[in-house]
Design a binder for this molecule. Structure first.
Ligand code: ADP
Ligand code: MG
Length: 673
């Protein structure tokens, strides 16, 4: 689904040269609008600097430029292999060039054509075996080339061409979020120029300059929204004041199945203070996966119940909502609290009944998905709204949720851990509680990155766990075989796992296309240890909790964002058993190595944003608050602070209230996507 880009909704199909097929491919990497396209920033740059070939050693990697001096000779070998040979004149004399499988370039490499050659230099034969040939020449200074995230069927060159065409044509669709005064104050170039430079950097210096401008803009837009929401909250003095006592808290703690960690307890006390004050709570609870945020939510809802109000807990997926529901129902089984579930897959009749009970107050505590904030839902006296996995919901949804009920207190929970100072800025409109401490007895998950060819080792590792009666999650990116992809799929893995372990162990699958009752059944069986190996897609990603599961194996791990992998990995290591996570990859293992090095969710998410900006290529797009496209909270913190100050100044300056830009910014907050 395209994100709301504030009026600029021109689709990529309006760009010359982008046909239906390319549209599909671009959609696949999260690009829907022209604005998405021109802000699809390079994730890295290759710097092309001319090698002095006289100083190069045998087999050195070299980059040289020159002119084609001889008609390329095409040699064909068996198995479709081919090779082009030609001579090149350079400022340092003539050198031979060979390149494999570029027969199609033959006609373009006419005598006199200027080319840049990248390859390995065989000094004794004076031949370069090229890995790449580009048209053009190298200047005095290094040439900087943009490298983009692509997808199969869409090359780096395609992406670059599309972006540059869009930059040429669609100037009016590119919105500049920096008000004029700040443009002038900082002497920023206009947006189009900056975009042009970032996609086609003439020099590193110019690139840095333009990057700063675009980062500032992105952070300005973000901070404007935060500041706006903060102002709106300030205007509301009409929160619910409760009278929760220490005795109530004690009663609550006795109900919970564990002794809480200090951080959990502190968070609960902070929330209790908010609930008892006349101001409205607007708090975010942060804690890495597995830190036990749910217990804090449960305690808060209980305290809210004791004060006579309804609570709503919203989760991003049905599986997670159902799990919370079962878990919470169990904890409250000896109380009078009426707990219910509301998810999209329920029948009309069921939903209608729940709506009625919410309206007449029979239900004290409702757990569900987005279904909870649909128009039809009216609460009798909603006092507390909790959203789990806040990183899944964008800044705009903060506004939406606040509309529900009269003036309920709001608690967000997020597993994207960020340090307090950053958090205070990013969640500038909220108070922050942080859980750092993991529950007692946890052992960090050991992570291994493995190549496809090492699958035998992985199966042996799995067997070791199974022998101990431990359970295993296996994850694949696809459900079933797909024509245009060689990614591993769940059904294929089921067959393979059955072949390896089927005689002794029970194997089953769960995925997003199954009916929710069927998924629920499988999950329950897994929880009860009736299934030893559970194969699934990322539906398992958030929150699923089975302490006896001690191993996770992820196939084609390179296809997932690092944050997704970290979330997935958080499914194991939930009990006292030492747990393992194996990331299998056909390519690109370098990116995954950070997962072996650290269990620190913050480090990983920063890295992920740096690499992808865009959240996941798979499944739901994470329109997370932190998923900036070009800025990084940590790296660009100074710019962030400036943007925060400026955007507040702009917001409060009434003389700009009629600015188109200001209206646009406010409109995009209120109309969530
Ligand atoms: P998350 O913060 O990722 O939502 P959960 O709330 O799902 O984490 O908690 C992870 C696991 O830790 C669950 O199995 C939960 O029951 C358990 N847990 C939570 N708090 C404690 C505690 N204080 N002591 C022991 N186990 C706990
Ligand atoms: Mg959770």
């Amino acid at each position: 689904m395209p994100r709301n880009v504030g009026g600029s909704m021109a689709l990529v199909s309006s760009v010359k040269g982008i046909g239906p097929k390319s549209v599909q491919l671009l959609n696949k990497i999260g690009i829907y609008t022209v604005n998405d396209l021109v802000t699809h920033y390079p994730f890295r740059y290759d710097v092309l600097e001319r090698t002095n070939i006289k100083e190069a050693n045998q087999d050195d990697k070299v980059i040289i430029d020159g002119k084609v001096e001889s008609v390329p000779i095409l040699l064909r070998f068996k198995a479709g292999l081919n090779k082009l040979n030609f001579r090149l004149v350079t400022t340092n004399g003539v050198v031979g060039v060979s390149i494999f499988n570029r027969a199609f370039m033959k006609n373009n490499l006419t005598i006199g054509t200027s080319v840049i050659i990248i390859g390995k230099y065989d000094k004794t034969k004076n031949i370069i075996t090229a890995s790449d040939i580009k048209f053009g020449s190298l200047g005095q200074t290094a040439k900087v080339e943009a490298v983009y995230h692509c997808t199969s069927g869409l090359t780096n060159k395609n992406v670059a061409t599309f972006i540059n065409t869009a930059l040429l044509m669609n100037q009016k669709d590119i919105i500049d979020y920096i008000p004029k005064i700040y443009q002038e104050r900082y002497n920023f170039s206009n947006k189009k120029t900056a975009l042009n430079i970032v996609h086609n950097p003439p020099t590193i210096e110019k690139l840095k300059e333009s990057e700063i401008r675009l980062k500032y803009e992105e952070l300005f837009e973000f901070m404007f929204k935060i500041n706006y929401l903060k102002q709106e909250h300030k205007k509301e003095k009409t929160g619910i004041k409760r009278n929760i006592s220490e005795a109530d808290l004690k009663k609550c703690l006795e109900l919970l199945p564990f002794e809480l960690t200090n951080d959990q307890l502190n968070a609960i006390k902070e929330i209790m203070n908010d609930l008892n004050s006349s101001g409205r709570m607007n708090r975010i609870l942060q804690g890495d996966v597995g830190s036990g945020k749910t217990m804090v939510a449960i305690a808060s809802m209980y305290l809210n119940y004791l004060s006579g109000y309804q609570s709503a807990l919203m989760a991003p997926t049905e599986i997670l909502a159902i799990q919370h529901y079962n878990n919470i129902k169990n904890i409250f089984k000896d109380t009078d609290i009426n707990v219910s579930l509301l998810v999209g897959s329920q029948s009309k009749k069921e939903k209608k009944e729940i709506y009625e009970k919410l309206e007449d107050g029979t239900i004290n505590l409702i757990i569900g998905t987005h279904a909870l904030i649909q128009e039809e839902v009216t609460y009798q006296n909603l006092g507390l709204v909790i959203t789990d996995e806040q990183h899944r919901f964008g800044v705009n949804q903060r506004a939406l949720l606040n509309e529900k009920g009269k003036k309920p207190d709001v608690l967000y929970m997020s597993a994207t851990p960020i340090p307090r100072t950053y958090a205070l800025t990013i969640y500038g409109d909220m108070d922050v509680s942080i859980i750092k401490e993991m529950p007692k007895g946890r052992k960090p998950v050991k992570t291994y990155v493995k190549a496809d060819s090492e699958i035998k080792d992985v199966l042996e590792m799995m067997y070791e766990e199974l022998k101990e009666n431990h359970q295993i999650y296996v994850i694949a990116p696809l459900i079933e075989e797909s024509e245009n992809s060689d990614l591993t799929n769940v059904l294929e893995l089921r067959d393979k796992m059955n072949l390896a372990f089927g005689s002794k162990f029970k194997i089953d699958i769960v995925h997003g296309k199954m009916a929710s009752a069927a998924k629920d059944k499988i999950m329950t069986e897994f929880k009860e240890n009736k299934i030893n190996i559970l194969i699934s897609t990322t539906v398992i990603e958030v929150g699923v909790d089975v302490p006896n599961a001690s191993m996770m194996v992820i196939f084609d791990a390179n296809r997932f964002g690092l944050s997704t992998l970290h979330q997935l990995r958080g499914r194991v290591g939930r009990g006292s058993i030492e747990s393992k996570c194996v990331l299998i990859s056909k390519e690109d293992t370098k990116r995954l190595e950070i997962m072996e090095r650290t269990n620190d969710g913050f480090e990983i998410s920063e890295e992920d944003f740096k690499l992808r900006g865009h959240g996941d290529l798979f499944g739901t797009k994470q329109s997370g608050d932190m998923s900036f496209k070009i800025a990084s909270v940590r790296g660009d913190y100074k710019i962030l602070l400036q943007a925060k100050k400026d955007s507040l100044e702009y917001l409060l300056d009434e003389s700009t209230d009629n600015d188109e830009l200001k209206k646009l910014l406010i409109e995009s907050i209120n109309s969530s996507s």
